[in-house]
Design a protein. Sequence first.
Length: 196
Amino acid sequence: MVQDMMYYALTKGYQRYADELKSLGAPELVLKKHFPRYSVTKIHQLYTKETGQANTSRKDLTPDEEKWICDYAKEHDGCEAVFATEFPVEMHKFYQKIDPDNPQSILAADLLFRGVEMATCPVRENRYDKLVEQMKDKGLDPADPGFSYFLQAFKHGLPAHGGCGFGIDRFVEKTIGLNNIKEAILFPRDINRLTP
């Protein structure tokens, strides 16, 4: 769904607003309907082989790797959007589902575009007993009152679910080809600016 949404938004945007995007200096779009997928381990291996920087023991991707794999996919796959998959189980949050076919990874992916993460796409753990077990494994107390309403919903049954956190400001920045995300935000905030 996230792939289809991104593909639709980009291809339609580039069709409908070609003149405007060109006037803003937006880069040419290189995209396929089905984005390539690379496991985190594979990205580490390819990056290490290409750059000589040994990242194979890292659990997550570095910003340099995110940029590099997008360039790699653009050149080798003809698509500058790419999914990073099979994140190690050591990185998982208590509410994420572990892949039943590969218990060493979580059911999640990051959608990368032009060197930046656009969306994190996890599947959530919906089984009450497994969720409680994972909370305990992470050192959390399921009996804590702060978790009561959260767990109540799972105790009575929730269907399998997931979603994404999509960075619309990043999307605008990278689509247009801006130099800084602050240029894509009407009222940007940072440690030195809170108003307006």
